[in-house]
Design a binder for this molecule. Structure first.
Ligand code: 1OR
Length: 307
């Protein structure tokens, strides 16, 4: 495990060390069980596969500034972050190390899949920004149990995510990570997806179908006033972000019109992955204030239908 690569990149003074495996105490096993339950990467697993992963996963600890993966090395493990922050760097020039900071990975995120999927050298360097606790899965187990689902999901959402306007500034790799984190959900005609005034923990992007957005008069927490339609949303559009960006209750009710297919993300994944899009999300949110005015909206709808 963790063989030291003979390849020396530039003037890096830190060789890749043997991986620092922590003992699998009862407490660690409990945390591993929770990680397996919570992390969407493991959602689709059959019981037997879950057991295999459970035995294969080892807890590893790195200290702040430790080198976890070195670009150019051979791939051994895939990693899931249990706690802490890792920074990812890429260099095109073998004389500069670690190169340009391209991304950060936090709790619930993962890295190290590319070399295992493609059989290529490590495409980036990963360094611990804080003390970190990771789960490591060896190459053979990763390929046997997790790889196909990841390839399939990235492939399936590739075209779709490219069309989503708010994601336009994401790098290809970031869109792939986002694809990993999406959960497909489907709603029946008339089903309420989010309800005004309630606490919200999920963000949605519409894949297929239509939703109706309604608001009660008398402010966001009003539960009694008359309801007005303030918007209709369609594929590639999104909802549910205000409660996640602001920690306020749901600002409107969103109801499925016919059958609607969406992909959803919980708060943790939303925060972790949509950081680079936060500016656009916030800017768009400011614009609702002008838009969410039922009278104005109805006028707009009328204008559109007479065009
Ligand atoms: P790996 O097995 O190659 C390094 O080991 C890991 O860093 C890699 O798998 C990914 O999991 C992760 N380009 C390449 N690898 C990346 C990138 C990345 N980001 C994270 N990793 N780019 C970042 C895009 C925001 C592209 C940079 C040009």
């Amino acid at each position: 495990r963790g063989a030291i690569s003979s390849e020396v990149m530039g003037d890096s003074t830190q060789p890749a060390k043997a991986i620092p495996i922590a003992p699998k105490t009862a407490e660690a096993q409990l945390r591993l069980k929770q990680a397996l339950q919570r992390n969407i990467l493991f959602n689709h697993l059959e019981d037997e596969e879950r057991n295999t992963i459970f035995s294969a996963m080892v807890e590893v600890h790195y200290k702040e500034n430790d080198l976890i993966i070195k670009q150019g090395d051979q791939g051994d493990n895939f990693y899931v972050v249990d706690d802490g922050i890792c920074d990812i760097y890429v260099t095109k020039d073998p004389n500069t190390f670690p190169g340009i900071h391209v991304m950060e990975v936090r709790t619930g995120g993962s890295f190290g899949e590319l070399a295992l999927i493609h059989g290529t050298p490590r495409a980036a360097t990963v360094i611990a920004r804080t003390n970190v606790r990771l789960w490591a899965i060896d190459r053979i187990t990763y390929k046997r149990i997790l790889m196909d689902a990841t390839i399939h999901k990235r492939d399936m959402y590739k075209k779709f995510l490219k069309k989503v306007y708010i994601l336009k500034d994401l790098e290809k790799y970031e869109r792939n990570s986002l694809a990993d984190a999406l959960e497909p959900v489907s709603f029946k005609d008339g089903e309420v997806i989010v309800r005004q005034g309630e606490k919200g923990d999920k963000f949605y992007i519409i894949v297929d179908g239509e939703v109706r957005v309604t608001q009660r008069e008398g402010g966001p927490t009003s539960t009694t006033g008359p309801e007005n339609e303030v918007a209709r949303l369609h594929p590639s559009e999104y909802f549910g972000e205000i409660a996640l960006l602001t920690d306020r209750p749901r600002a409107a009710t969103v109801t499925s019109v016919g059958t609607t297919k969406c992909v959803e993300m919980d708060r943790q994944r939303f925060t972790r992955l949509l950081g680079p899009c936060e500016n656009i999300l916030r800017r768009n949110m400011e614009m609702y204030n002008q838009f969410i005015n039922p009278h104005q909206y109805q006028q707009q709808q009328q204008q559109q239908s007479t065009k």
